[in-house]
Design a protein around this ligand. Structure first.
Ligand SMILES: NC(=O)c1ccc[n+]([C@@H]2O[C@H](COP(=O)([O-])OP(=O)(O)OC[C@H]3O[C@@H](n4cnc5c(N)ncnc54)[C@H](O)[C@@H]3O)[C@@H](O)[C@H]2O)c1
Length: 264
């Protein structure tokens, strides 16, 4: 029996990048997945890839900043696949500004997609999971929500996601609901931010790799496998945690030690 046999998951933002890898990994381990996306062509492409490979998936369109659209999308996901028992909050947006240069719109947009959007999905799934005796929620946070690495509005939203994770775990544990967060470091994806950085410096991921004790940035599947574990019964007694998937980066500053402390 595969680890996710019987899992019916909603993965937000699964039309691209890490979310697509999470959806594929869950399906590879037995799950059926609803791809909840604002971008219909990209979401449908994920579904086609899964179905062509013999898996079960459905596309549901929603902008997660709109609570009504989210509620409708969860109803559609359950109509298509059955009762949802795993939610992965992955969809996100950033335009990577700093406090000095950021407009008010940018602050509001990043809080709205990354924090309010996550809350809307949790709000839609909780009554469903409670009425059926439980389920699991995995929120994709970021190391930016745990330390300062630039990008303050995104970081504030991700810090909010981490605290929300703890609130849900505490309030709904007795309903059989587990809620955890995964905090990736840099992940080799072609999202807008990384595309711009790669245009400026094609070697950006290799340069960044030296800051990570494991000597490289993450691949999307590194994140997907951690999500799959936390969303499964293998993590049945784990709730309220924030798991950095960062190659050891938060544990220490190799580069600083090499260059400033242990110099000959
Ligand atoms: N890529 C990295 O280096 C990195 C690092 C740390 C954390 N993360 C986190 O991992 C997750 C995935 O990141 P990614 O790089 O794959 O992102 P991405 O930008 O490649 O994909 C995000 C997806 O979310 C969808 N989306 C955006 N706004 C939406 C909305 N309002 N409603 C519904 N869907 C929406 C987009 O259409 C897109 O398909 C995010 O939560 C991100 O914050 C990424």
């Amino acid at each position: 029996m595969a680890r996710h046999d019987g899992t019916i998951a909603v993965v937000t933002g699964a039309g691209h990048g890490i979310g697509r890898s999470i959806a594929s990994q869950l399906v590879a381990e037995g799950a059926a997945v609803a791809v909840l996306e604002i971008d219909e062509p990209k979401g449908s492409e994920t579904v086609s890839q899964i179905v062509e490979a013999g898996g079960r998936a459905a596309f549901v369109k929603a902008d997660i900043t709109n609570a009504d659209q989210v509620e409708t999308a969860f109803a559609a996901a359950e109509n298509a696949l059955g009762p949802v028992n795993l939610l992965v909050n992955n969809a996100a947006f950033t335009d990577a500004g700093d406090l000095k240069g950021m407009g008010l719109d940018s602050w509001h947009r990043e809080i709205d997609v990354n924090l309010n959007g996550t809350y809307h999905c949790i709000r839609a799934v909780l009554p469903r999971m409670r009425s059926r005796g439980g389920g699991a929620i995995v929120n994709i946070a970021s190391v930016n929500g745990m330390r300062y690495f630039g990008n303050p509005s995104y970081s504030a939203a991700k810090a909010g996601v981490i605290n929300l994770t703890m609130s849900v775990a505490s309030e709904f544990g007795r309903d059989g609901i587990r809620c955890n967060a995964v905090s990736p470091g840099s992940v080799r994806t072609d999202n807008i931010t990384w595309t711009i950085r790669q245009q400026k410096d094609p070697g950006v991921f290799e340069k960044l790799g030296r800051w990570y004790p494991l000597g490289r940035v993450a691949e999307p599947m590194d994140i997907a496998k951690a999500v799959s574990f936390l969303g499964s019964n293998d993590a049945a007694y784990i709730s309220g945690v924030v798991l950095p998937v960062d190659g050891g980066m938060l544990a220490g500053m190799n580069v600083m030690i090499d260059e400033f402390i242990l110099e000959a």
